[in-house]
Design a protein around this ligand. Structure first.
Ligand code: ADP
Length: 267
């Protein structure tokens, strides 16, 4: 069989993606990682708390469509309310939060193709009653896929933070995340090393289950700032699981990271 395809009209040029401006939101900051399980959601939530402590009006959008953690991190149960056709964020510890987990059944898998996940991201930003925000922190899914591209091309964030553990396997993927943001002209605000240095609560001995300093070296090699090192601590995990901001030394590190973000994105 011979099939001949013809076109009697010139192809319509594909429309360039339109930049979205969300009225009332001054700055968008994304938190990304190359891999899952490196503490990206923990960093996103605690960065949001730290920005709020620094006097900013903050929103946190959990766009980790396939594994939303913000309902647990902030103690939010049930579905998102809708008022005047707008999704209503929940307020916890002084920040407004919306998560995909507030729209889906936690016991059901989210089986979506990329375009659906991407349009969910844009809708959650644009069709949520955020009110006036200084900054919306967006917790992205891990990796470099459709959602990240949509974020970069449509929402045009003011910067992205990359979270990695110090171990090589996570760093390789962090490098890919940095490269992707570079290609789509999103400013990489820097790399945060998480789960570095475990201090035994019994004997005080510090060990490095995931290595030490890898993310800092990698940030230097990629020419992006190194923002800080969060220790691997039982208290960080328990704070997350009891829906509390971290306290003590990790909180001070997040305050420092937040100060850096405020200056770099011009808040
Ligand atoms: P991701 O968003 O990258 O998948 P999460 O933020 O959900 O990762 O973190 C994965 C798990 O690791 C959670 O149980 C979280 O409480 C824990 N965790 C994250 N960072 C730390 C840390 N610095 N110390 C101890 N546990 C941590």
């Amino acid at each position: 069989a011979r099939i001949i395809l013809t076109a009697d009209r010139a192809a319509t040029p594909t429309a360039a993606p339109k930049a979205s401006t969300v009225p009332g939101i001054r700055k968008l900051v994304a938190v990304a990682s190359g891999k899952g399980g490196v503490g990206k959601s923990t960093v996103a939530a605690n960065l949001a708390f730290a920005l709020a402590r620094a006097g900013q009006t903050v929103g946190l959008l959990d766009a980790d469509i396939y594994g939303p953690s913000v309902p647990t991190l902030l103690g939010i149960e049930g579905r998102a309310r809708v008022e005047n056709d707008k999704l209503q964020p929940e307020v916890r510890h002084g920040i407004k939060a919306l998560s995909m987990g507030m729209m889906t059944d936690p016991n059901k898998a989210i089986v979506w193709r990329g375009p659906m996940a991407s349009s969910a991201l844009v809708q959650m930003v644009e069709q949520c009653d955020w009110g006036a925000l200084d900054v919306l922190v967006i917790d992205l899914p891990p990796g470099t896929g459709d959602v990240q591209l949509t974020l970069a091309l449509i929402l045009k964030p003011d910067g992205a933070l990359i979270v990695s553990t110090p171990q090589d396997l996570a760093l390789i993927d962090a490098r890919r995340a940095v490269a992707m943001f570079g290609e789509v002209n999103v400013r990489v605000l820097g790399v945060v090393e998480n789960m570095a240095g475990y201090c035994c609560p019994n004997c005080g001995h510090v060990s490095d289950p995931f290595g030490h300093g890898g993310a800092e070296k990698e940030a230097e090699a990629m020419g992006v700032p190194f923002l800080g090192r969060i220790p691997l601590q039982m208290a960080v995990r328990t704070a997350s699981e009891t829906a509390q901001p971290v306290s003590g030394e990790p909180a001070a590190i997040f305050d420092e990271i937040a100060r850096g973000v405020i200056v770099t994105v011009g808040l």
